[in-house]
Design a protein around this ligand. Structure first.
Ligand code: BDR
Ligand code: CA
Length: 316
């Protein structure tokens, strides 16, 4: 039986790649896309999610719009220099013909998880606001979800939004701290591993050669995103694989090496958004703010070649 998945997303070039990767994977049954601010404003994230499902011929999958702002304070704004003004590498797609489903993303997540106890996996690949709001609405989703596999955070390496923090967590640190503390099965697929997975120009060229509308769309939107990476990292060839790495984990967790650590998210000062694991042993005097926090899975190693081969095999 394919695994039921809700992808919470801010599409986004790499979100689009992750969504298409999931749609083309027989192990997965995408039962909904919920949208969030991040790479773009939430309204545009919703439009892009609808557009992506039209391209994929999967307008049977509902899109439900999520929060417009973080739990505390306003959204600081999109990143057009990374994903384009339209979040789709400045491809300037026509408006979608379909519409989002009524209701909030948080309510949809609660409804789906509670309707199929132990079956629904949540895959947030944007800021964690909708997930924290769903927990607030119905705390019992923590016992009824199958698993939460999120792209975000940096345990043992620097950030990308700031020297301290990764972009998804930095966009709503308060929500992330709630999600990591909820006592449910969470896996963090963060920069510790995604910065080890480099999809090169030669890899990306395979999308352009592939004769399917999903790969063709990726080939159209990825050059803008690739140029951003190559301008930021002198000598880099291609892109890092962020959001698709979370999809890969759901399909095949043996691609990754994980540790189990309690985790807190810094919400103050210059390190706002930094995910801090407690690396010490057991219950000791140094636990401090980590006292009582459940351990979560943190990806620290990845078989990059095998991950790249998996993703490319599904789309090209
Ligand atoms: C994350 O931030 C966004 O730009 C990407 O879509 C990804 O989810 C990487 O830090
Ligand atoms: Ca994303």
């Amino acid at each position: 039986m394919p695994r039921k998945l809700i992808i919470d997303t801010d599409p986004g070039v790499d979100d689009s790649m992750a969504i298409f990767f999931a749609l083309r994977s027989p192990e997965l049954d995408v039962i909904g896309l919920t949208t969030i601010f991040g790479n773009v404003h939430t309204d545009l994230a919703t439009i892009n999610a609808l557009r992506l499902l039209e391209i994929a011929g999967r307008t049977d999958i509902p899109v439900v719009q999520g929060a417009s702002d973080p739990l505390a304070g306003p959204f600081k704004g999109p990143v057009p220099f990374v994903h384009g003004d339209d979040g789709q590498g400045n491809a300037h797609l026509p408006p979608p013909h379909t519409r989002p489903r009524e209701g909030s993303a948080a309510a949809f997540i609660v409804e789906q998880v509670m309707a199929a106890p132990g079956q629904v996996t949540l895959v947030p690949i944007g800021p964690l606001t909708n997930i924290a709001l769903a927990l607030r609405l119905e705390p019992r989703i923590a016992q009824n979800v199958r698993e939460v596999v999120l792209m975000g955070g940096n345990a043992l390496c620097p950030g990308n939004a700031t020297p301290a923090a990764e972009a998804n967590i930095h966009n709503d640190p308060e929500a992330a701290d709630v999600v990591f503390g909820a006592g449910w099965p969470v896996t963090m697929v963060g920069l510790d591993v995604t910065h080890q997975v480099n999809m090169t120009r030669a890899h990306l060229e395979r999308y352009a050669q592939a004769d399917n509308p999903l790969a063709q769309h990726i080939a159209r939107i990825v050059p803008f995103y690739r140029d951003y990476f190559e301008s930021q990292h002198p000598g880099m060839d291609g892109i890092y694989v962020h959001d698709s790495s979370a999809i890969a984990y759901v399909i095949d967790p043996t691609l990754f090496v994980t540790e189990r650590w309690p985790l807190r998210v810094e919400t103050q000062g210059i390190s706002r958004g930094k995910t801090w694991p407690f690396l010490g042993q057991g219950d000791n005097d140094r636990l401090g703010p980590w006292r009582g926090r459940p351990p979560v899975n943190v990806c620290v190693g990845v078989d990059a070649e095998r991950l790249l081969a998996l993703e490319l095999s599904r789309l090209t």
